[in-house]
Ligand binder design. Structure first.
Ligand code: WT7
Length: 656
């Protein structure tokens, strides 16, 4: 495979959008795109204000646009009032109440349709139920749900009553749930008895019970449980209540709670460079605006489109492009409970065929695994409904790009390679389907109004043909507002003094080619990207070291991986003598299980190496660069003269 990767890296062809596509596109042609960029440049605030007035329904119109007085704590449309759920549901009641909002396909293939009116009623009933259980505006609610209509209803219902949701991906451990409950100061949890994935039943509620028993969660007064699998689970009265009982007898209307545009719609935890995840706080107005305009600009959404984003609502992609964006623009979307390889690796293609999906949005890691599991399978399905393909979460290697483009998209569908982050709220840098000639593997160009640049260490633009640090030079409406409960960390992480606190630091390295196309090179901090999921090396190190019985010291680095993009490699110094042979294998498995319990399965190290020590400088600093070379199996070319204990390098090179 590596020789083909080499050859496609030399790929210099550009793939211009077909003329017929350009003609019908919401942003049609380069001139239209440039006109928008120019408008934003001429009158930055006016540009965003126009979009905010055209797209959002305001209960009370805003008069102020951008408030920079307390930078970098920017505020947008601050004196305006609105409700996100009203903007996603009520607005369609008059115009298209019977349009399908959600086509839900369960793990076992069972399909359920929910119209906009039905979704509105479900959300209202559940919102009323939450209110009855004492949940009110400003409260934080932790959501730990499988992919389901109810997960979306839960999020929308929180938004409807002005409660701030904090969704935790169902794959995270009880410990991770507990940490997030404590950090967010949550008062309620919405969960399910369990979930189905790939024909298997996976429990969820027990993790909540375990988390709540860990302490620090005394503020949780309500746990609402959606019955999905029907397995018997303990319910603790009066704290726990079944979803069906919570909504029983509730009215199918619920007056939305109007909130200020800056009201926190949600907190979503993500990994940073320290051991503690960051609670990324998003606004209501600016966030929803960006969700809407990117649905229109990037996915070129039209009234008849069927949209499918394969993400989980536990990640930001599932927030913006499942729970909010598609509903706000009134599209029909597919929501999928299961996994791409069950019952076989043709599942995605079958679903595209069955539901006549027009716009399909997935991650490179899924694409790579589906190539491996059955690169010819798409040919067995009718995929002609597709008109746009999207990619998100990590760089897409040109090999995977080309397969996606040709085999899935029939060389007919533009691929939007969307660069963004939990912190940015929505797409930031991406080709537009009716504008840019595509360059495989490159996210190419910032959206109108997004002032992205690549700079050197001193903050100067590097110019075309060079690489550097990706920054955003002006605030944008959907940006992170703060790290929940830690404004100092927000400032330090994203608006560092290196750039006089003026630029938003994304944490990615990037290059610009001769034409100015932006290509993301990957993280420049201690964050790994495994299957499009963000993991902090420090977070995994802390988890390992917290096993005080076995582990004395640990260092974690990333290594390129054909399937998952990056893989976690851990170097461990044990408390007892360094294990070898079968003993080492057994201990590695024990530590993997430990990490899964501490954080979640996604954080399990793929490779664990044991040493009597870690390579350190004389001042005691771990030489991570050396560890990265060892993890990759590279020859060590770095200067090791400052290394205190060169002999351990040979130990660490040994694979189990
Ligand atoms: C990091 C953000 C955006 C939602 C899912 C991930 C990497 C994201 C791309 C892309 C290259 C990408 C970056 C970024 N990333 N999209 N199209 N090309 N890299 O959100 O967990 O906050 O991770 O994912 O490294 O910083 P996230």
């Amino acid at each position: 495979m590596s020789s083909t990767i080499e050859s496609v890296l030399q790929e210099t062809r550009a793939f211009p959008p077909p003329e017929a596509f350009v003609k019908q596109a919401n942003i049609s042609g380069m001139a239209a795109y440039e006109a928008m960029c120019n408008e934003a440049e001429r009158d930055f605030e006016g540009f965003w204000a126009r979009l905010a007035r055209e797209n959002l329904l305001w209960h009370k119109p805003f008069t102020r646009i951008l408030d920079e007085s307390n930078a970098p704590f920017f505020k947008w449309f601050e004196d305006g009032e609105l409700n996100a759920s009203y903007n996603c549901l009520d607005r369609h009641l008059k115009t298209q109440p019977d349009k399908i909002a959600i086509v839900f396909e369960a793990d076992d293939g069972k399909v359920t349709h929910v119209t906009y009116r039905q979704l509105y009623e479900k959300v209202c009933q559940f919102a009323n139920g939450l209110k009855k259980r004492g949940i009110a505006k400003g409260d934080r609610v932790l959501i730990y749900m499988p992919m389901s209509v109810e997960a979306i209803v839960a999020m929308q219902a929180c938004a409807r009553i002005g409660a701030t949701h904090s969704v935790v991906f169902g794959g995270f451990s009880a410990k991770s749930v507990q940490e997030r409950i404590v950090d967010a100061g949550a008062v309620a949890v919405i969960t399910a008895d369990g979930q189905f994935r790939g024909g298997k039943e996976i429990p969820l509620k027990p993790a909540i019970d375990e988390a709540l028993a860990m302490g620090g969660c005394e503020a949780i007064k309500s746990v609402v449980v959606y019955k999905r699998t029907g397995t018997s689970i303990p319910m603790t009265a009066p704290r726990d209540a079944w979803w069906s009982d919570v909504v029983a007898g509730q009215p199918t209307d619920c007056e939305p709670t109007w909130v200020g545009a800056e009201h926190p719609l949600f907190i979503l935890y993500t990994s940073g460079s320290t051991g503690k995840p960051k609670g990324v706080q998003h606004s209501t107005g600016g966030y929803l605006l960006h969700a809407m305009i990117t649905m229109k600009w990037v996915f070129d959404i039209k009234p008849k489109d069927i949209f499918w984003c394969t993400a989980d609502v536990g990640w930001v992609t599932g927030h913006t492009y499942i729970a909010y964006g598609p509903l706000a623009v009134g599209t029909t979307q597919v929501v999928f409970e299961g996994v791409p390889t069950y019952p076989d690796a043709g599942r995605f293609w079958k679903m595209i065929q069955d539901h006549k999906v027009n716009i399909f949005y997935t991650a490179p890691t899924a694409i790579r695994s589906l190539i491996k599991a059955g690169g010819d399978l798409p040919k067995n399905y009718d995929l002609k409904s597709l008109r746009i393909l999207g990619s998100v979460g990590e760089p897409i290697n040109p090999e995977a790009w080309r397969w996606y483009y040709e085999t899935v998209g029939g060389s007919r569908c533009p691929i939007v390679d969307t660069w963004w982050q939990t912190e940015t709220g929505g797409h930031m840098i991406t080709p537009l389907p009716g504008v840019h000639a595509l360059k495989p593997g490159s996210c190419q160009a910032p959206l109108p109004g997004v002032i992205a640049d690549i700079v050197d260490e001193t903050g100067h633009s590097v110019g075309n043909g060079k690489g550097g640090i990706l920054v955003i030079k002006k605030p944008w409406p959907s940006m992170i507002r703060t790290i929940w409960g830690d404004p100092e960390r927000f400032k330090k992480s994203y608006f560092p003094e290196d750039f006089q606190g003026k630029y938003y630091l994304a944490g990615d390295g990037a290059t610009k080619d001769e034409k100015g196309n932006i290509t993301i090179m990957g993280r420049i901090d201690d964050v790994l990207n495994v299957s499009g999921h963000r993991l902090g090396t420090m977070e995994i190190e802390s988890a390992l070291v917290s096993n005080s019985k076995l582990v004395a010291e640990a260092a974690v680095v990333g290594r390129p991986d054909d399937l998952t993009g990056e893989a976690v490699v851990a170097f461990v110094v044990t408390k007892g003598p360094r294990p070898s042979g079968e003993e080492a294998k057994a201990m590695a498995n024990e530590l993997r299980a430990w990490v899964a319990k501490e954080i979640g399965s996604i954080a399990k190290p793929k490779d664990i190496r044991f040493g009597d020590n870690l390579p350190k400088t004389r001042s005691g600093k771990i030489m991570r660069r050396l560890l990265r070379s060892i993890a990759k199996g590279e020859a060590i070319t770095q200067d090791v003269s400052t290394l205190e204990n060169p002999a351990i390098l040979d130990q660490l090179k040994q694979n189990l």
